[in-house]
Each structure stands twice: as structure tokens, then as C-alpha cells.
Design a protein around this ligand. Structure first.
Ligand code: FES
Length: 286
């Protein structure tokens, strides 16, 4: 098994895009049907190259994972079966109850897990927002924060609620958010408590900054993202170069230029499902 613990504070220089084996995607486009059917396959080679070359094979995902047309999310704990709280649930459907139970053990009222939705890597995070939104922020109990967002040049793009007002499904559902698991830096797979450090601690501070823990952490070059800080952001389609705005979580530190996009969720009974209406938001990687 890869010893990722030893890498926790290694701020590695970012490889150049030319030298990163990320490959090219010239002429490739993706539509809703293709996404449903081939969601993960389109990324498999890139994952193998970008993560394999860095030695993180323990978290590689299987080719073609996810059933065609299945909107449900499954846990993914490969290589971390003994460490992750959901290790015994590897490849089992994610339920909201799983997260509620785990969050009850947390001092911040949060729980997160890696998963696969339609074959693509995701991170689902539960925040006990309903319980703590009306309590003082300095009590360390996490809640969602709805914020102004900025593009990679620092220009204000708009507010999260500009997007959620036009489609309320973008708003966290039942205290859950699902995040597309490809880093906006060079497309590695960030995770929930993949490593143990101050960024991933069970602690929380408000404001979407780099203080506190409960961050999603990208082990490739140590980018950090706050899953409680929801904002509007902007990125670029890798194939066409077209820019788009999206609802996402805030980048709090590291070389990633912008935050990670949300995949809106809905509950089917207790099962967590993703909504496929915003696949343009996930087109910044090959
Ligand atoms: S790929 Fe470089 S920090 Fe995530």
C-alpha cells in the first residue's frame, strides 16, 4: 500500500502541464448521454497517468465504474479499507444515515467520504447545518456559508445564491453536498482526510479561509478546499476553451486556481443521488 501519510506536508512543485502526462483532449466533447454512459472512461487514462506517475495507485478507481444511467453514489475506499470510516462500506451505496451517524462522532458535526457517481470520483460531505446555522460561529461547529465568489484573477464573479436562486436544487440537500473529485490544479483526486494534518483536522473556522480543518486536501501538490464555503466561481472547458460559471466550494489554499464544482444531490429515500444537469461544470479536465 502506498504510504501517503509520509507525504502530508510535502509541498511538491507543480509539474508543468506539458510534462504532466495529462494528455490532450483535442476534438473531444462530452454530452449528457456520453457522460451518463462513459463518465469515468473518458477520464481513466488521465487518472492513471496523473496519479500513477506520482505513486498514488492506492486510490485509483476502476475503469468503467458505475452502472450506466445509475444516479446513485457508492463509497470508494480502495486502499484505505482499514483507515477510512467507510472502509467496510467500499462499493456500497451511500446513504444519508451513514453520514449522520459518522458526523455525530465529530466535534464539528461533519463527515465526508470519497465515492463514485456515474463512474467519476466524488467527495460527499455532510455538515450539520440545520443544527448549527443559528449558533455562534466561534463555537467551532461547522455550517454552510454562502459567499461571494471570484475567478482565478480575483475578479468578483457573483454570489452562490445568484445560482441557487435560479435552481434551488443547487442548494445543499438535507445537509449534504457532493463535490466533483478532480482538482482544478492538475486534475488529481482530492479527498476527505486522505492524510492527517492541520488542514484535515476535525476542527472548523468560519470565513472559507485556510484556518481550521475539515478541508478537502489534494495530495498531489497540497491544494485545500473548504466544503462548507459555497460560492460562485469560474473555470474553462478544457476542449473548447469556453469559460463557465459554476456553484462550488472555495479554494482555501495551494496552487489550485479556483474551487471545486458541486454536483447537486437529491435523496431517493435514504440513498444519495447526483443530478446530471450541470456536466459542463466538470469539463476542465480530460
Ligand atoms: S493536482 Fe496539484 S494540487 Fe491538486
Amino acid at each position: 500500500m502506498v504510504n501517503i501519510m509520509s507525504r502530508e506536508y510535502e509541498l511538491k512543485p507543480a509539474p508543468s502541464p506539458q510534462g504532466s502526462n495529462l494528455g490532450s483532449n483535442e476534438g473531444k466533447t462530452i454530452n449528457r448521454r456520453q457522460f451518463l454512459r462513459y463518465g469515468f472512461n473518458t477520464a481513466t487514462g488521465v487518472l492513471a497517468a496523473s496519479l500513477g506517475v506520482l505513486g498514488f495507485s492506492a486510490i485509483l478507481l476502476p475503469p468503467g465504474g458505475g452502472a450506466s444511467g445509475d444516479l446513485g453514489v457508492v463509497f470508494w475506499a480502495k486502499g484505505r479499507e482499514d483507515e477510512a470510516w467507510y472502509g467496510a462500506k467500499h462499493e456500497q451505496p451511500m446513504t444519508r444515515t451513514d453520514f449522520v451517524d459518522e458526523a455525530a462522532k465529530s466535534s464539528t458535526g461533519t463527515a465526508g467520504a470519497a465515492g463514485i457517481w456515474n463512474g467519476v470520483p466524488v467527495i460527499v460531505t455532510y455538515v450539520d447545518h440545520t443544527k448549527y446555522a443559528g449558533t455562534p460561529e466561534f463555537n467551532g461547529k461547522a455550517r454552510f456559508q454562502f459567499m461571494e465568489g471570484y475567478d482565478e484573477t480575483g475578479k468578483r464573479i457573483g454570489h452562490f445564491e445568484d445560482l441557487s436562486d435560479s435552481d434551488p436544487r443547487i442548494f445543499p440537500s438535507d445537509n449534504l453536498v457532493m463535490i466533483f473529485g478532480r482538482c482544478t490544479h492538475l486534475c488529481c483526486i482530492p479527498g476527505w482526510q486522505l492524510v492527517s494534518n492541520s488542514y484535515t483536522d476535525d476542527s472548523w473556522t468560519p470565513g472559507g479561509g485556510d484556518g481550521g480543518g475539515t478541508k478537502l486536501f489534494c495530495i498531489c501538490h497540497s491544494s485545500r478546499f473548504d466544503p462548507t464555503a459555497l460560492e460562485m466561481n469560474s473555470n474553462r472547458n478544457r476542449s473548447s476553451g469556453a469559460t463557465f460559471n459554476y456553484a462550488g466550494i472555495r479554494r482555501s489554499g495551494g496552487p489550485a486556481p479556483v474551487g471545486l464544482p458541486l454536483i447537486p444531490v437529491q435523496l431517493n429515500g435514504d440513498l444519495i443521488e447526483g443530478i446530471t444537469d450541470y456536466i459542463d461544470w466538470y469539463t476542465y479536465c480530460d
